[in-house]
Design a protein around this ligand. Sequence first.
Ligand SMILES: [Cu+2]
Length: 326
Amino acid sequence: MLRRLFGAVTGSAIASLAFLSSLSSPASAGLGQPTSGELGLQIPATSLMSELSSLHNTVNVIIIAIAVFVLVLLLYVMFRFNEKSNPTPSRTTHNTALEVAWTIIPILILVAIAIPSFKLLYEQNRFPKPDITIKAVGNAWFWDHEYLDQGITLSTNMLHDEDVLKAKIGEKEFNDKFGNLEGIARREAVYAAAADVWKERNEPRQLTVDQEIAIPLGKVVHLLITSNDVIHSWTIPSFGVKQQAVPGRTAAVWFQADKEGIFYGQCSVLCGKNHSGMPIAVRVVKPEVYDNWMAALKAKDKAKAAEILKAAAETLRSNQALAQAQ
Ligand SMILES: [Cu+2]
């Protein structure tokens, strides 16, 4: 956790605080979703996000160094030059060397920040030749994802407590249990009853969706982003992309995922009453799994497509468990 906040540069310096990291979650935490107690950015799953994280870490180190330097100077001045320890102050008003230094050094610091910053900016707008182009359309309050070359459109809605409970116990039992409740009482009862279901499903509440979209590992994806109504914002933090969806305009981002798994994001600009209810879930799978999934979708067999992604998730989970056990 701390290492992710301050980056590798200061990693060794804070190793003595390693006991704090025992408070953080398992190794895979922060990949594709936020974890409680987390301070840093989510774990990168694209080269863009790796660069973004390292720039963030570098700038963080510079900020901390400058803040500590100024604090030390202030303390030194307070104790060394107060009225008691320095009754007759010096009348010096200029020091050429010092003035040149405090002009040049900040310039050098800014240049040192600008170089990786411009490099990243260039990289974000490089747009290598795409393997897949997807158009994300924001709606109040759900997302549509169109696979332009395949002619497939998937609508993504958030799964609510009610949805997972109904899937678990069936519509009838759900109505027997909660049918006579209303308003907040109903919401609280459903929330409490769903807590265990979420744990059992091992899925994050408020981020899980009814229709994940899949992309192949290691392939370049161009994502065009627009909106049907108001301004939304499409993001997957682990991919290092965030772009506003503006009605009547099409913006674009690109990414190339280098890790398998499920990656979550949320609409990131306040768009109305259900703004919190439009998460995005992208599953990165092996190219052959992606091809099978797309073939099932083209054959209009959504159940089979969902099964393919579920099987890929299971395989990944057991592989990760195996790797952790070793
Ligand atoms: Cu929103």
